[in-house]
Design a protein around this ligand. Structure first.
Ligand code: B12
Ligand code: SF4
Length: 481
């Protein structure tokens, strides 16, 4: 949508084929099921046909590495029909450049912001010399990719906000509400009458965590005025009353961020903000209070681990104490806090897991958290990250394409990167689930449900779970979660 707007501003016409929306409309929001494979393939065939019918001057493909399988298929199908130039961008592009080179005939890869790159490219199609001067663009040669360093202005206001009516936004809002609600407890969930839209206020991150992908280590931002004006526009024109921010690290520049909070509080736009991108070593009591007065109602932090050894190994630049403080100041400010945890990093042991277990129990007790505040992922190395390079060096990935086509999501422990087994990791998650629920139910005075929770996680409950997992799932869903 950003790229389309930039091209339209430069007087080119564009069409967005939103394959994600097509999947959602055909099969619903959860599309990972094997069961849906045939339906997905039908959608993909339709998407390819639509693009071929349209015969554009340039085709751009953007997504993340998990969409490589279809994107490769798409690029091959399109190139087999015509020689329309194709450019790939986002984290789907550069981290997978070797696969794009070997398995497809795509012409260009964009590194970082695409707004200027795509406009310059379209303007200069056919003029090879001019194309080779575009910052942030890679082009195919017989020797491989050659490219120019990107031009990354720290002030993002040169970028026009996307036109939300370019896609079926009413439908997309419902998809997003469903996604957001999965992360909130019942009393905080959004009704389907609410109007939610994603926004990007800053781009990039200054940190260097081993499992996270970035093109560079810069943090770039819009001005406070740009953001307030844009949110006002969304409120007035589309009645948006909730926004979700997709920034990597929203609070990287504390002064700018607190100024933004002050302006939003003064503007009083009637918009609630759901955000990720919290950083435990940056948040302070004062910042959390300002966030609350600016109507931030949920913030998540990459807490990751209760073990300092693992935090250091991840290059997280935060301490266990920072993490405790972040949860406390956020909760005290009346904002729903979300803790993203990741287990199974190289070096994870029973002892480091025990530290994480104790950490989660302590913060849950102190701040009255439930499992709705906590999500535990199994670590995954994606191309472009230090963790992925580690996996390649250790021989855990032999062929990047095979890996990317088969790697599971963060809800599955395999491949295991530490000396524990996938069963150890799964048991850890179950233990945290049980213990945090147990504390929460007692704190809420729900003693009968607490007893059910205890039975479910007792040896007897686990025996039933093995015999009939569906019954257990129903009990957990109905009474405990
Ligand atoms: C929102 C988000 C999600 C949402 C997506 C919701 C949705 N409906 O789209 C959810 C929570 C579902 C999600 C899930 C996952 N995500 Co995610 N997600 C993000 C996030 C925070 C924002 C993406 C975004 O829209 N950014 C805003 C746009 C404007 O920026 P952009 O995409 O970079 O695009 C610009 C440039 O890259 C370039 N560009 C992009 N595309 C194109 C195309 C062309 C042709 C051109 C020229 C340029 C271009 O121009 C754009 C404008 O300047 C990013 C981190 C980030 N802040 O970018 C991670 C990120 C994309 N996610 C990531 C990952 C790993 C995942 C998961 C795989 C995690 C997991 N293991 O489960 C899953 C995958 C889900 C799936 N089914 O595939 C990684 C991807 C790493 C990689 N190497 O690909 C990222 C980069 C986080 C990180 N720093 O590591 N994610
Ligand atoms: S995990 Fe968070 S802090 Fe670390 S590099 Fe990624 S966005 Fe930055």
């Amino acid at each position: 949508m950003y790229l389309s707007k930039a091209l339209q501003d430069a007087d080119f016409s564009t069409t967005i084929i939103n394959v994600h929306e097509m999947y959602c409309k055909a099969i619903g929001v959860t599309q990972n099921d094997e069961f849906h494979r045939t339906e997905k393939q039908k959608v993909e065939k339709r998407a390819i046909e639509e693009i071929q019918k349209w015969k554009p001057k340039l085709i751009g493909i953007g997504s993340i590495c998990s969409a490589y399988e279809f994107s490769e298929k798409l690029a091959i199908a399109l190139k087999s029909q015509s020689n329309i130039p194709i450019i790939v961008g986002g984290s789907l592009g550069l981290p997978l450049k070797d696969l794009w080179y070997k398995y497809t005939q795509i012409d260009y890869i964009c590194e970082s912001d695409g707004e200027r790159v795509i406009v310059d490219l379209v303007k200069n199609l056919g003029n090879h010399e001019a194309i080779q001067k575009i910052p942030g663009l890679y082009w195919r040669t017989d020797q491989g990719w050659i490219g120019n360093l990107p031009d990354l202005p720290l002030d993002l206001d040169y970028i026009s906000p996307p036109e939300i009516q370019e896609i079926d936004y009413e439908f997309y809002m419902q998809v997003l509400i469903e996604w957001v609600n999965k992360t909130l407890p019942p009393e905080k969930q959004l009704s389907n009458k609410e109007r939610l839209w994603p926004v990007v206020l800053t781009r990039g991150c200054i940190y260097n965590c081993t499992f996270c992908f970035h093109f560079n280590r810069k943090h770039r931002k819009h001005s406070v005025k740009y953001i307030v004006d844009y949110l006002r526009y969304l409120r007035n024109e589309f009645d948006i009353n909730v926004v979700v921010t997709w920034d990597d690290l929203i609070m990287a520049n504390p002064k700018w961020f607190m100024d933004l909070c002050d302006e939003l509080a003064t503007a009083n736009l009637g918009i609630k903000i759901f955000t990720g991108g919290g950083k435990a070593n940056i948040i302070t009591e004062q910042m959390a209070k300002k966030m609350a007065s600016a109507n931030f109602f949920r913030v998540s932090y990459g807490i990751e681990s209760g073990s300092q050894k693992i935090l250091d190994q991840m290059k997280k630049s935060s301490t266990v104490e920072d993490n405790k403080k972040a949860v406390k100041v956020t909760t005290d400010a009346g904002i729903f806090v979300h803790l993203n945890m990741v287990i199974g990093m190289p070096g994870e042991t029973k002892d480091t897991l025990k530290e994480t277990y104790n950490f989660l129990l302590d913060v849950s007790k102190e701040n009255h958290l439930s499992m709705k505040n906590i999500s535990i992922s199994y670590v995954k190395g994606y191309p472009g990250t230090q963790l992925f390079d580690y996996m390649v060096n250790k021989g855990l990935v032999n062929d990047t394409r095979d890996y990317i086509l088969t790697v599971s999501g963060v809800g599955y422990p395999e491949p295991v990167l530490c000396n524990l087994t996938s069963e150890d990791l799964k048991k850890f998650v179950a233990r945290v689930d049980y213990a945090v629920n147990d504390i929460h139910l007692a704190q809420q005075g729900h003693f009968i449900i607490q007893t059910i929770n205890r039975i479910v996680y007792s040896s007897f409950g686990q025996y039933i779970a093995r015999k009939s997992p569906t019954i257990l799932k129903i009990i957990v869903k109905k009474y405990i979660q």
